[in-house]
Design a protein around this ligand. Sequence first.
Ligand SMILES: [Mg+2]
Length: 282
Amino acid sequence: MNGVLVCSDLDRTLIYSAAALGLRGRDADLPRLLCVELYRAAPLSYVTETAARDLQALAGTAALVPVTTRTPEQYARVHLLDKPPAYAICANGGHILVDGVDDPDWAAAVRTRVADGRAPLAEIRAHLAAATGEFVLKRRVASDLFAYLVVDRAALPPGWFDDLAGWCAARGWRTSLQGRKIYCLPEPLTKSAAAAEVARRVGADAMLAAGDSLLDAELLAAADAAIRPAHGELHDTGWTAPHAAVTAAQGIAAGEEIAAWLLARATADAPPIRPSAPWRTL
Ligand SMILES: [Mg+2]
């Protein structure tokens, strides 16, 4: 390994469901895809074959760490590489998996930290349970740390999400709207804190990051160099940073562009170093 740590979100950054491909009406342009996730024996998530090759090459040179809001169980369905990466971050930083096994000390430390001085998960659950309406399809709790709703986006009442975001913010929680999911997470539960911990453990010299949602913003901000796709929450809110690139493409083609960008930066003679990058002091 060359001292470069590559921390990348999965869904809508590297891997894409059929609904997120972004190729509607352009079927003839579809590149060949590789299915990287099955759910109940049906194909669910894809990368382009080119992206799959680049990610494999990336994992052969740098430490590639999937950093996802998925629970460990949801992450276990994703087969991004020939062999699972040595480290993975799940539950938005709530779990660090080492060779596929949860690190119990990290999980316990995170739970202590997020419980400090904010509304308990039970209060958030009760609030979400009171949200009735045909737009609510499912209510879920993840890793006993945070809650999310699966919603019908088209039926979401105007202003409902903003009201929820305000209610959560007053209680030390934050929200994220991604595809069909609305997440409510305690503010200190961050991908960047777990990424900094993995960086320490592998002795990284540089960190690259990629992500598409508001839950990825700190991770991108913490890295030496970062990239986000031209779609998703960060795109919709116009998020930018001097050290962060934006893809030209959208959808799964952006995923391919991100894999190529990460590979090029991770294998450059001099990887991008930003001495003030926050991951060094997190
Ligand atoms: Mg994502």
